[in-house]
Design a protein around this ligand. Structure first.
Ligand SMILES: *[C@@H]1O[C@H](CO)[C@@H](O)[C@H](O)[C@H]1NC(C)=O
Ligand SMILES: *[C@@H]1O[C@H](CO)[C@@H](O)[C@H](O)[C@H]1NC(C)=O
Ligand SMILES: *[C@@H]1O[C@H](CO)[C@@H](O)[C@H](O)[C@H]1NC(C)=O
Ligand SMILES: *[C@@H]1O[C@H](CO)[C@@H](O)[C@H](O)[C@H]1NC(C)=O
Ligand SMILES: CC(=O)N[C@H]1CO[C@H](CO)[C@@H](O)[C@@H]1O
Length: 564
């Protein structure tokens, strides 16, 4: 009798919990956005102060087709809180197919919403499509950008903020105000001409300048109140240039990067590589003596320095900033950059998306299930330059991999064996997919034998950056790893002739893009997909993975999936 009672009480408990668990999603706030994507004639870099004979030519060249969203460039801020359910209806009013990807948003178990070429069919010109996802178990600063056809070179990007839920404290006092600061290199050439040039086998030249929030020198103004504390959420949304960010006479307290609260330390300047995001707190001055201040985003590791310049203004500022720009690190000082990267660490005692401390996840005591060594290089396909990972340059099949899997289309890519480490054989073209098991704990070493900085990003995941070093990598380097408080993020740089090691728990089922964040490299084949199977699912071809979100009801079909 007693036994029965206990059982039924348990059953009751379980059903209450089940109902509660189901309700969480429907009770989470629901945000709706309606975005129209169009071309707009704009000249972000305006007319440069150059020799007068060039002014006319320069002016014509610099009026660009910029991609705007609801007539804004940068696009609207996606301002959300952990667990919010987001619906974004995108109307494509371009003349090209279009997709947006949510850089750093993990889209748990829902790679259907990732907006990259192998997870989604494009939204065709004149059509619209609604992205629908929950921002689960995540906080932080991120950005979105267009993923196809080098559209990013034309803009179309915007900031993403994910706030803590009310019951999860933020590890610093509430700032007076937040600013989203999107910095990035910019080309005056139309992105369609850039594409043609890449297709013809050229590399991208030096950019023409650096934009801050979509505008040129001295156009982005940030109004500070005396003594107030500001949170700046800064992302490098550019194509290929690492930038150093700083504000004249103001220190920055680093507090967060891509969803991890960091040990709080002051920096006078911060290297931000392509695709990376940081939050810093800046305390406004009590007294300015009528001055205003330069905000600088200057190019790193480039033949000459390019400057994005904004202005920090106070109520009593009487003059524009003047004099030389505040100095950053020497242009080719890689050591400065690497030392700074190593100084950025996880605050173990603070909670992020959940109240429990970040450090309660002891990543250092988990056994590694698999090591991948990924080396970036290049090859020529005829006269066309292409970029490779372990000798394979990615080619897109006629149907997105995610749909091909779902509809069980018999695909050649299934047979591609992607090498786990660099190979000596001739580079090839291929549709690289790495099959991995749910819950695997994977060690990836990015090796960069070339002479420019690489950045890598994995959709659907954050990873621990446990090591970086000069020269080549071998297993002995593992003894030097930070196995305690390495920061967890989704985008990482690899310096020239260097390596970077990461660890990640594959706890997110789906088809996830691993890519070079350098737009040229990505466009020319430097990416692969990681297919993470479901729990206890041995056969990767039984897709969708168990426990994955179902195929969206509004799915766009294309290629061989068109009529299925
Ligand atoms: C963004 O969302 C947060 C949390 O809901 C809210 O407090 C804040 O006012 C919003 N900010 C903007 C600019 O809408
Ligand atoms: C297209 O937009 C309309 C509203 O403008 C909406 O009702 C419809 O669901 C959208 N279509 C898709 C596929 O999201
Ligand atoms: C870590 O976060 C806690 C709040 O959770 C904060 O009090 C502490 O100052 C932070 N530590 C450092 C070194 O930033
Ligand atoms: C890790 O591997 C060691 C040696 O194979 C084993 O003894 C230990 O139990 C494993 N730890 C975990 C957490 O699986
Ligand atoms: C490509 C495309 O869909 N263009 C449309 C954009 O919107 C205008 C009206 O607002 C239409 O006239 C275009 O055909």
């Amino acid at each position: 009798m007693t036994h029965v009672t206990i059982t039924s009480t348990l059953v009751l408990f379980i059903s209450i919990f089940t109902i509660a668990a189901v309700l969480v999603d429907s009770e989470s706030p629901h945000l709706f956005f309606d975005w129209t994507v169009t071309y707009s004639r704009r000249a972000p870099l305006g007319v440069d102060k150059q020799a007068c004979i060039f002014i006319l030519i320069n002016f014509i060249a610099s009026i660009n087709s910029v991609i705007v969203i609801n007539d804004q460039f940068p696009g609207p801020v996606l301002n959300a809180t952990t667990n919010d359910v987001v619906d974004i209806n995108i109307h494509n009013n371009l003349t090209d197919p279009f997709l947006i990807t949510w850089n750093g948003v993990q889209l748990r178990r829902n790679s259907w919403q990732d907006g990259v070429q192998e997870t989604n069919c494009p939204i065709l010109p004149g059509q619209n499509w609604t992205y629908s996802f929950q921002i689960k178990d995540q906080i932080g600063s991120f950005f979105y950008f267009p993923s196809l056809l080098l559209h990013k070179a034309a803009g179309g990007y915007g900031a993403i903020r994910v706030h803590n839920r009310d019951n999860v404290p933020v590890p610093f006092a509430q700032p007076y105000q937040e600013f989203d600061i999107l910095i990035g290199d910019w080309y005056n050439v139309d992105h369609r001409d850039m594409r043609v040039s890449l297709d013809e086998g050229n590399s991208l030249p030096m950019p023409d300048g650096v934009l801050i929030n979509g505008v040129g020198p001295n156009q982005a103004i940030f109004d500070f109140e005396s003594g107030a504390i500001y949170r700046l959420r800064i992302s490098n949304v550019g194509l290929k240039t690492s930038l150093n960010f700083r504000i004249e006479d103001h220190l920055m307290l680093l507090v967060e990067t891509e969803g991890s609260y960091t040990i709080q330390q002051h920096y006078s300047s911060l290297d931000i590589h392509v695709g990376q995001s940081y939050s810093v707190l800046v305390t406004a001055k009590d007294q300015t003596n009528g001055l205003s201040y330069y905000m600088v985003a200057s190019s790193r590791f480039t033949a000459f320095e390019l400057f994005g310049i904004g202005v920090v203004r106070y109520p009593d500022s009487e003059v524009d900033p003047f004099g030389p720009f505040p100095a950053g690190p020497p242009r080719y000082d890689y050591k400065f950059s690497l030392d700074q990267a190593r100084s950025i660490r996880w605050n173990l005692s603070t909670g992020a998306a959940r109240p429990n401390p970040q450090g309660s996840y002891h990543y250092g005591s988990i056994n590694i299930s698999h090591t991948l060594v990924l080396e970036n290089s290049f090859m020529y396909e005829g006269s066309r330059l292409r970029y490779t990972i372990n000798g394979v340059s990615f080619v897109h099949p006629d149907t997105p991999l995610k749909l091909a899997d779902y509809f069980q289309l018999d695909d050649e890519f299934m047979s591609v064996i992607f090498p786990d480490s660099p190979v000596d054989s001739l580079p090839t073209l291929g549709t690289s997919v790495i099959d991995a098991n749910y819950h695997d704990f994977v060690h990836i070493v990015f090796v960069n034998p070339l002479q420019h900085v690489q950045t890598w990003h994995i959709d659907g995941y954050n990873f621990f950056i446990v090591g970086m070093g000069w020269g080549s990598w071998d297993e002995s380097k593992m003894a030097t790893y930070n196995m305690v408080d390495a920061v967890s993020r989704s985008t990482v740089q690899v310096y020239p002739s260097s390596w970077t090691a990461i660890l990640t728990k594959l706890d997110n089922q789906g088809m996830w893009n691993l890519r070079s964040q350098n737009a040229e490299n990505w466009y020319l084949g430097q990416e692969l997909y990681i297919r993470v199977k479901g729990v206890g699912q041995e056969d990767p071809s039984t897709i969708p993975a168990r426990d994955e979100a179902p195929i969206p009801v509004n799915i766009i079909k294309c290629g061989r999936a068109t009529s299925l």
